[in-house]
Design a binder for this molecule. Sequence first.
Ligand SMILES: Cc1cc2nc3c(=O)[nH]c(=O)nc-3n(C[C@H](O)[C@H](O)[C@H](O)COP(=O)(O)O)c2cc1C
Length: 322
Amino acid sequence: MKDFWKNIEKPIIALAPMDGYTDSAYRQVVKKVAPNVMCFSEFYSADWLVYSKFLADSVLPHADSEKPLIIQIFGKDPEMFAKAAQIIERYNIAGIDINMGCPAKKVVKSWHGSGLIINQDTAFRIIETINKATKLPISVKTRLSFDGWEWLLNFAKWLESAGASLLTVHWRTAKQAYTWVADFAQIYEVKKHLSIPVVCNWDIKNYDDWISKLQNLDWFMIWRGSFGNPWAFLPGNYKPTLWEILDIMEFHAAKLMETKWERKGSLEVRKHLVLYLRDFPGVKHYRKAMVTVNNLLEVQAVINQIKSDYLSQLDKKPNEIE
Ligand SMILES: Cc1cc2nc3c(=O)[nH]c(=O)nc-3n(C[C@H](O)[C@H](O)[C@H](O)COP(=O)(O)O)c2cc1C
């Protein structure tokens, strides 16, 4: 099991972890459209997984279609990581990813997330301790540095020696948060010095963009490029028809209601529905209905309305619709 990352066929395209988005429903959507994508979960607190059986039972069970699934956790106490790993193991998970990249101020101040890029001793102890506690492979997602890129190479080598079996780098510093434009030269250089797989995550728009930038790297992760566009993982700059989009919207809504129950699921589905239709010229007309849905029936009602209003154009791509 520890060899999971070494043995897996490469290159791989992955869905990046994203708090509030990459839950079981979203992952099922991505895998339905692009079955070869490797999915990472949104991050969960290691401490909370240990303290709350309710949380573990809510976020760790997953559909067969999501496999092999990687669960991402954050924290700062090596012992809590070890305990969380033993809980995660019980849910048929393929690997554990440690978040060392979240730039949120309150996260950094309490030495979680990218705070671990500064507090490197703790970062290494976390990797060593969790690695001993579980048979699952341990990977790390970090950033270029906290505030200057030269830190990454040494940090990455140390993480590798502590037992990390895969490294994902979000190619911005913690201070740059989500701004700044990509310069991939440095990450190709870092990869030359490591023997574990290196994954780049940063501003990848779609599969074709990914292939053109892969070079000596093992993978790419896509996140924001997949917002309302799980087709971003398909080759050939694939553009779905209105019918395909409506179909996936209904599937996404149904999975959210199934996994989070109707009340929470209907609140969460609102942000996704609008994103799916952002290139569709008629979206304004349905926006209000989409951001106020309260259950699956209401989602289906909006979708059916669009289908009947655009009956003759359902096989067109949104940008071809008049
Ligand atoms: C709202 C939000 C939530 C995120 N949540 C996580 C998370 O839970 N774990 C993580 O490692 N990265 C998280 N990220 C970072 C993304 O995984 C990714 O590294 C970042 O968006 C850059 O990739 P992109 O340029 O393809 O969007 C989050 C980003 C955003 C904007």
